[in-house]
Design a protein around this ligand. Structure first.
Ligand code: GLA
Length: 373
């Protein structure tokens, strides 16, 4: 394929979630940001009925017949593309055959949502090629279905939504029960956001993720026999305590995380609006602790990385971000102490786990960008 002759360059972002972890599929609010780490698709219509897919850094070349999209569920990378196209068409949109060159700067398996970036950029690229207008919420919903049905992860809507609707320099306070969102400018004063990858090769993320989701669904089912609530996020903390004995202990702990994390998101949004980075950081620490002790999605490496960060005097707070079981932490660090922070965290983390962390240089960016070439 000749890179010079594409018609559009379309990108969609990876994300970091500041707080509100494992609550999107419980109807809670989340506070993610789109990142400048992203997937870019160069695209041109090719007048056929196929999507010809190539990657800048993978040798796979795949052609997807638009009439057989459902048959590509077994493809390692292309299933995300086939699934997104499939559900986009099912939502009533027109697909045209295209040549598509993918370039992903979101590290795979990092917990920064490379899959959402690929899915959303696919839909945005197909939309541009078909001469349609991009609709962020519809695109996010189709991308989420692709993740459920072509990748087998029963995810919430957060990643796809922020990838499609993120805005530079803003966090997105997304209500996952109504899909309404509010942008909050991220003004951190003398602080910076630091994203670090624990670099533990993770495994079984999908099955453990789906297991957590089943546990909170069990909690909701039991509570709804006693309470008139539509989601776990709507359960007041005192009610959960009242019905604690009706829940199996593990299910209670999972539900307690969800209910308390939802309260932390509200407080964190206020702290962010006020520029209170100390208060914001304390909420990140509390979130990590809950994800480690109640929701049990951290593991030794993410705990070691977050705790090393939390011990550093320039750090106001640190937590795992994303699904967990490996992946990244996000920390709020005074900018003046950044170099010392990274050296300290690297040494401590390496001593405790034997892995070396990676720090990413990135910033909060728009979710989708569509450029005619
Ligand atoms: C993954 C999922 C999201 C969300 C997070 C945890 O990133 O894709 O929907 O559930 O985990 O907050």
């Amino acid at each position: 394929m000749n890179n010079g002759s594409y018609e559009f360059k379309v990108s969609a972002a990876g994300r970091v979630n500041l707080i509100g972890e494992h609550v999107d599929y419980c109807g809670g609010k989340v506070l993610p940001c789109a990142l400048s780490l992203k997937n870019t698709v160069s695209v041109r219509p090719n007048g056929t009925n196929t999507l010809n897919i190539a990657w800048t850094d993978l040798s796979d070349r795949v052609s997807l017949d638009l009439d057989k999209l459902e048959s590509y569920r077994g493809e390692k990378h292309a299933r995300y593309i086939a699934g997104s196209a499939f559900f986009w068409r099912q939502a009533g949109h027109r697909l045209v055959g295209c040549d598509m060159l993918y370039d992903c700067t979101v590290p795979f398996g990092s917990g920064l949502s490379s899959s959402a970036a690929i899915e959303v950029s696919t839909i945005a690229a197909l939309t541009a090629a078909a001469g349609e207008k991009f609709e962020p919420v519809a695109a996010a919903l189709a991308a989420q279905r692709a993740e459920h049905e072509f990748a087998g992860v029963n995810c919430g809507i957060m990643d796809q939504y922020v990838s499609a609707a993120g805005k530079a320099n803003n966090a997105l306070l997304l209500d996952c029960s109504t899909l309404e969102c509010e942008y909050i400018p991220v003004r951190m004063g003398d602080c910076s956001l630091v994203i670090a990858n624990c670099n533990k090769p993770h495994s079984l993320v999908e099955s453990k993720y789906n297991e957590r989701r089943e546990e909170v669904e069990t909690a909701l089912r039991i509570l709804r026999r006693r309470l008139d609530v539509s989601s776990l996020a709507a359960v007041p903390a005192f009610r959960l305590e009242e019905y604690r004995s009706a829940l199996p202990p593990i299910v209670y702990r999972r539900a307690k995380h969800v209910v308390e994390e939802c309260a932390r998101v509200a407080k964190a949004a206020s702290a962010l609006r006020l520029g209170d980075m100390k208060g914001f950081g304390a909420l990140l620490n509390a979130s990590h602790r809950s994800l480690s002790e109640l929701y049990e999605v951290t593991g030794r490496e993410l705990d070691a990385l977050a705790h090393a960060a939390q011990r550093h005097p320039s750090c106001y707070g640190s937590r795992m971000t994303g699904a967990g079981f490996g992946g990244c932490t996000v920390s709020v660090v005074r900018t003046g102490g950044l170099d010392n922070f990274m050296t300290y965290v690297t040494e401590e983390y390496q001593r405790e786990t034997g892995y070396e962390p990676t720090f990413y240089t990135t910033h909060i960016s728009d979710g989708v960008e569509i450029m005619r070439l």
